[in-house]
Design a protein around this ligand. Structure first.
Ligand SMILES: NC(=O)c1ccc[n+]([C@@H]2O[C@H](COP(=O)([O-])OP(=O)(O)OC[C@H]3O[C@@H](n4cnc5c(N)ncnc54)[C@H](O)[C@@H]3O)[C@@H](O)[C@H]2O)c1
Length: 316
């Protein structure tokens, strides 16, 4: 099948491209490289087409014209929650207007289905209903959560008005190889990166805030399964359903990285971030029932795979 992946040079997008290619699909990528890296697709660059184009630009139309995709995986987005709070207009410009531009192209060029990478944690906000099911109120408490949810509503609308099918995958905290250890998001990558560089790890507040950490390989598999699933539902949480607090996460990472590399690290506690969500964990019952998807990589295994990847990178 001819598939266009927006944001395909990014952390999750590049794993989705790997998975789709393995399954025999014909892949084109759109990425403006604002946060993605060409190295993420270096190993398959002769097997796919890569367009360095913004989803905000008029040029996107000519990519659709040339590639004629049947399906679009839409991952291109601005992902920095803190920046979204400082500059909500910037966030909405890319996440909302860029997505509408993509959907207009999809409509014009006869795309049959859009599979959208959304967020559970940021959309459900500070809910007490843990693990949160897909029916939880979308009470996002940051502009990024609002912009991601807004696109979900546009997808509903484009299905209603223009008969473009869609699936929304709401991820928990995704981690794994190729995540940026210098980014603002991605505490697993940041802690591993710090440990390998001999730096201490900063824990915000008391470190008892919890997240649901899902391995990127499991997320890529969910994306592939969403392509062919026959289901009444359009929205799925993709997570583990397990809560891990930052103190536990730090302890697992420091133990694992020390075992693999001999490098030791310490943690220190800094001021809590005002307004930070204290608990986040997603219910994955629906994905199990409808997609037949369950996470397969435990947090211990995932940390090991991620640390091994970063150690390999250091040698290059
Ligand atoms: N990482 C997570 O834990 C997580 C959790 C929930 C949802 N998501 C969603 O998954 C998707 C991928 O996130 P990621 O963590 O891989 O981030 P990422 O930044 O690595 O990937 C996003 C990609 O989109 C590209 N991009 C940004 N703006 C663009 C534009 N205007 N035009 C074209 N390309 C553009 C970036 O260059 C990057 O390659 C995003 O939609 C994000 O909202 C991620």
């Amino acid at each position: 099948m001819k598939i266009l992946v927006t944001g395909g040079s990014g952390f999750i997008g590049s794993h989705v491209v790997d998975k789709l290619l393995e399954a025999g699909h014909n892949i084109a990528v759109v990425d403006d490289l604002s946060n993605g890296r060409p190295e993420n697709l270096e190993h398959i660059k002769d097997k796919i087409t890569i367009h360095k184009v913004s989803i905000r630009s008029e040029e996107l139309d000519s990519v659709f014209e040339k590639e004629k995709p049947e399906v679009v995986y839409h991952l291109a987005a601005h992902i920095d929650v803190r920046k979204s709070v400082e500059d909500p207009e910037y966030d909405a410009n890319i996440n909302v207007l860029g997505s509408i531009n993509m959907m207009q192209c999809a409509k014009k060029h006869g795309v049959k289905k859009i599979i959208y990478s959304s967020t559970g944690g940021a959309i459900y906000g500070d809910t007490k209903n843990i693990p949160s099911p897909e029916t939880e109120s979308p009470d996002a408490i940051c502009p990024y959560g609002v912009s991601k949810y807004c696109v979900e509503r546009y997808l509903y609308l484009y299905k209603y008005l223009h008969k473009i099918d869609y699936t929304v995958l709401r991820y928990a905290n995704v981690y794994g190889p190729r995540q940026d250890p210098l980014g603002e998001a991605g505490v697993v990558a940041i802690f591993i990166g710090n440990t390998l560089q001999g730096k201490d790890c900063r824990i915000n507040g008391d470190g008892k805030q919890t997240r649901d950490y899902v391995f990127v390989g499991d997320v890529a598999r969910a994306n592939l399964m969403a392509l062919t699933a026959k289901t009444e539902h359009n929205i799925f949480n993709i997570a583990t359903g397990k809560e891990t607090d930052v103190n536990e996460l730090f302890s697992s990472i420091s133990t694992q990285v020390e075992k693999l590399s001999g490098k030791k690290t310490k943690s220190f506690h800094a001021q809590a971030i005002p307004g930070e969500v204290l608990r986040s964990c997603l219910d994955v019952t629906r994905a199990k029932q409808d997609l037949g998807w369950t996470p397969q990589v435990s947090i211990q295994e995932g940390i090991k795979k991620t640390a091994e990847f970063f150690m390999e990178q250091q040698k290059k």
